[in-house]
Design a protein around this ligand. Sequence first.
Ligand SMILES: CC(C)(COP(=O)(O)OP(=O)(O)OC[C@H]1O[C@@H](n2cnc3c(N)ncnc32)[C@H](O)[C@@H]1OP(=O)(O)O)[C@@H](O)C(=O)NCCC(=O)NCCSC(=O)C[C@@](O)(CC(=O)O)C(=O)O
Ligand SMILES: [Mg+2]
Length: 300
Amino acid sequence: MIHPEKKRLRRSMMFLNCQKPGLIKDPYIYKPDSMILDLEDAVAENQKDAARFSLFHALREIDYHGVERVVRINGLDTGFWKEDIMAAVAGGCDAIRIPKTERPEDVRLVEEVIELAETRFDRPIGSVLIMAALESARGIMKALDICESSERLLGVALSGGDYTKDLQTHITGTGVELMGARQNMLIAARAAKVQCFDTVYTNLDDMEGFRKDVETIHLMGFDGKSIINPRQIQIVHDIFTPSEKDIIFAEKVVKEIDDKKKKGIGVFTVDGKMIDIAFYDGAMRTISLAKASGVYKGDL
Ligand SMILES: CC(C)(COP(=O)(O)OP(=O)(O)OC[C@H]1O[C@@H](n2cnc3c(N)ncnc32)[C@H](O)[C@@H]1OP(=O)(O)O)[C@@H](O)C(=O)NCCC(=O)NCCSC(=O)C[C@@](O)(CC(=O)O)C(=O)O
Ligand SMILES: [Mg+2]
């Protein structure tokens, strides 16, 4: 059975450092679609146990008001990741984000430990989803295998900081250094029918640059973006939520295709634009997104 939350709306996925109780206590007030409770790079090496302890109690005790709770575990080359999974699953997390994923076997290894934790902590088998972050040239080249590695895999995310380090370049703010990775990963995700998320934008003083970055990945076809700060949420939601104009056009396309099909007409125009059956799924996707985003008022 496909997990009911596998395709949920994930426009914004906000990182929170589990080392900082002030950040993890009430992030739901900012209304991101998902939050990523981080045990990996934001947490200092000698604070890993304390961060994991805070994570467990936060998951157990705080009502996050429906915001998805994803936990980024430490890398599989560390001594921390198994304990991270145990604490996250015992606490009640919705998904595990694997950092620096390079092979489909990485996902399967994590899946085994998740299943062990689900059994031990009396959670239904298959209830915890997985997302894989691709942070290296090797990870990007293996994107399709990773996307097809597990039924639990909700999607993949690009991690630009580590990826550009591996590529021997750096984040420029123009996106030029990320072009190949973004495109490759997105094509792999679409081929495997899983979601695809872009990397964080770290310059909080450049909101115009951030907006352009989000516009670019939205046009490319991504499902959403990892973010680091509440000030980035509204911009992402504005760009990823269908506008009224888009919704009205999508409704016309769906209704006209249904109507013309009955009349035996295959190609016609809507508002001056050529339409045929190839446009149906895209229009339905706009409507589904509008519904999931809470802005749909129509009758489809
Ligand atoms: C950057 C900064 C320190 C700035 O803080 P500032 O305090 O100056 O910000 P302000 O805007 O002034 O905050 C206004 C109010 O919002 C609160 N507030 C801020 N941020 C909040 C938040 N995230 N969640 C909830 N609340 C928040 C704040 O507490 C304040 O609350 P209040 O005092 O009550 O008014 C802060 O944002 C922050 O820590 N971000 C997360 C950083 C992080 O986790 N990095 C690791 C993940 S990336 C990575 O690892 C690289 C990667 O792996 C990526 C990949 O995988 O994609 C790769 O390879 O590329
Ligand atoms: Mg990273």
